[in-house]
Design a protein around this ligand. Structure first.
Ligand SMILES: [Zn+2]
Length: 440
């Protein structure tokens, strides 16, 4: 047990509670607060204390703790509520801000990218737009302003009350429990995901596009596979003991010993006509990536290359497939844009916009995002993660082993007229390690 955060005199509670991960950019922000803000606040409010909850607590943190008597590191805590309740001010972003506001604590919003400040009415839009400071193009931290804000809050119960009211109203109005609850579920999903990943030998992810009734005519991009050939692939995998899963299975159940993920990009109508019956027949699951913008009726983006136009799925077809449990849907941007050619704001619009549109339409969380053309980079991956996607799906990039980078998952491109066996052998070195596949 470390120092108790309970103040000696409850009426003079002046604890500033900081909650968050003590690594990466969050840690950098925290250290800045402790070095540049805390000492100046103490000079004006001598009774103030700074309590940090989160881990990992390193030597550097312990050194600071020794240096400043008003500072304590409590390490990672499973139950945060008692800390929120005892705090005069809670400093944080995202989930921390939401939880504190819900418990009627005054929140000073600061995230990885930006200092937003106390949640007063005039700050609400900024706080929402930046996820309380976690998402912003340019880093923007006004430490002097933070000193003034914290001092004000600690000195004036009127200011605290106003901030409490603003935050509580916001959480009731826009982040009510019906919305927060799936986020809690999501946290449990992350734990299961880690367990699944740690027990995973390998998880190949295959990439398909169109499925046609007969052998495809010429197609520049080799996007089509015939229904008969598709069925041969499914039987091939099943005969070798593979169990086709979706990305959601990684977060919701213990996955089978020999899992595989079959993905289909763009959401072509022929998938409904020629693939879906096969999935029903063989009880196999796939993941399909859809555009968030439902105004697009065909693959307009391939037209410039002389690809024949192909119809995209209609809403009723999508919902029927979703209901079957055999098709998990992921996002594929709003407009099939080359994200690497866009600015941050536009990327965000494509990524966040497609998630929102599909979740509203499907009435369930959308966990995966397939980068159009497989084009991605660190910035795009970060935006995808912040948008709430657990899985970012690439094509020919990313680590060969599944789980090493969930935001850049490499796929095996399945061309027509290549037996899966030959294809695996030819292109996927890592696949050879997969026990049982080449044993036959
Ligand atoms: Zn695509």
């Amino acid at each position: 047990m470390r120092k108790n955060i309970k103040p000696k005199n409850p009426t003079s509670n002046s604890t500033v509670l900081l909650v968050g991960r003590l690594s990466g950019p969050k840690n950098t922000v925290l250290l800045n607060i402790l070095r540049q803000v805390a000492p100046r606040v103490i000079r004006q409010v001598s009774r103030a204390r700074f309590v940090v909850v989160g881990g990992p607590v390193t030597e550097e943190h312990r050194k600071l703790e020794k240096q400043f008597s008003y500072l304590s590191f409590e390490g990672h805590q499973k139950k945060l509520e008692p800390y929120y309740r005892k705090a005069a001010v809670v400093v944080g972003a995202g989930r921390v801000a939401l939880e504190a506001m819900n418990l009627k604590r005054p929140v000073v919003a600061i995230g990885e990218r930006k200092y937003v400040g106390p949640l007063l009415p005039e700050k609400i839009e900024e706080a929402k737009a930046t996820n309380f400071g976690d998402c912003w193009d340019e880093e923007s931290f006004d430490w002097a302003q933070m000193v003034r804000d914290l001092t004000n809050l600690l000195k004036s119960s009127d200011v605290r009350k106003k901030v409490i009211q603003t935050g509580y109203d916001l959480v009731q109005k826009e982040y009510n429990m019906a919305r927060v609850f799936p986020k809690m579920e999501f946290l449990y999903g992350q734990v299961l995901l880690e367990k699944n990943l740690s027990s995973l030998h390998e998880l190949p992810v295959l990439m398909y596009h169109r499925v046609s009734p007969t052998a495809p005519a010429s197609s520049k991009h080799n996007l089509q596979i015939s229904q008969a050939e598709m069925e041969r692939h499914l039987l091939f995998l099943r005969d070798r003991g593979f169990e086709a899963i979706g990305f959601e299975d990684l977060l919701t159940r213990k996955i089978p010993r020999k899992p595989i993920i079959l993905t289909f990009d763009d959401g072509y109508e022929d998938n409904y006509r020629y693939l879906f019956p096969l999935l029903r027949k063989h009880k196999m699951k796939i993941v399909m990536f859809l555009l968030g913008n439902r105004k697009h009726k065909t693959n307009f983006w391939d037209a410039a290359d002389g690809e024949e136009p192909a119809a995209l799925l209609k809403p009723g077809q999508i919902l029927e497939m979703a209901k079957s449990g055999l098709v998990e849907f992921g996002a594929h941007s709003l407009n099939h844009s080359k994200l690497t050619e866009l600015g941050s704001k536009e990327i965000e619009r494509e990524v966040v916009g497609s998630k929102k549109a599909l979740e509203t339409f499907l009435k369930k969380p959308v966990l995966s995002f397939a980068y159009p053309y497989g084009f991605t980079n660190e910035k795009i991956k970060k935006i995808t993660q912040v948008a709430g996607f657990t899985f970012g799906i690439a094509v020919n990039t990313g680590p060969t082993r599944f789980g090493k980078d969930l935001l850049e998952i490499r796929r095996i491109h399945m061309f027509p007229n290549t037996s899966p066996f030959k294809y695996f052998k030819k292109t996927s070195g890592y696949y050879l390690r997969y026990r049982g596949l080449l044993g036959k």
